[in-house]
Design a protein around this ligand. Sequence first.
Ligand code: PAF
Length: 308
Amino acid sequence: MRVLILGTGALGCLYAARLAAQADVVMLGAWAEGVDAIRAAGIRVIDPDGRAWVARVRAEHDPEAAPTADVALILVKSHQTRRAAAWAARRLARDGLAVTLQNGLDNLPALVEAVGAPRGAVGVTYNAATLLGPAAVRHVVSLPTYLGLLPARPCAGPADAAQARLGALAGLLNAAGLAAQVSADVEARLWGKAVVNAAINPLTALWRVANGELLARPERRRLLAGLACEAAATARARGVALPFADPVAYVESVCEATAANRSSMLQDVERGRPTEIDSISGVVAAEARRLGVAAPLTEAVWRLVQAL
Ligand code: PAF
């Protein structure tokens, strides 16, 4: 399979390095330092068990230099989705599939606008990774990736090209050591992840602490729980059947599983880069308002992180 990975950040590097042994992988990115470092010496990965290894991967700055792809994985920050989607549209095979694996709730519409609904899909990943520098990534914790089509539609068997591609991609990811499965209700997974991100990411960014530190004090736990409940109530008001019964217990379990990780939003703040707050808390707050759900904490952290 010919795989194009858009984005040379932590998850872009992780997926590219892992998939390189299983597929023809090309990375495409606008961050010159990242692309140049990948070209010069490959991607350096530190696994969750501390093992370090290097993968050689082709990387390009210019979409015209990238070959045609069967699958494009969108792993840029959400404010860069439109450009990445336009690049993917130029390189994707006619029967190819572009999959957003990003945090946030507003990436798929932008992707579908560029590649067309039949070629757009969504992935939700719980892998936690830290960018150590250009082309260097620490895989902090290995957790599953869920893939699916939106709006959910029944699988039409092998004739359904998009479903077939998703199945093949899941197989490839599993072979590459990244656990993945196709989900029949990926909107539930997407909102499940949004509950996690809407609770963990703003607080870690505001307090500059690793995920596990959110559980260290009762005051922090209370705010974490409040944000999780607001996002979960919004999802339920939308009619989404979340993949967990208790949002607070679920978010706390993710904090424990990713305790050592500095969230992606904290990493953005530390690097002085734009955050994904509008695509996470901003969308949850807007949906809550639309549906008449009270979400004062979500509104507050959205504005506080924007002001950073
Ligand atoms: O954005 C992140 O950092 C991740 O989605 C997660 C799961 C919160 C782990 O840090």
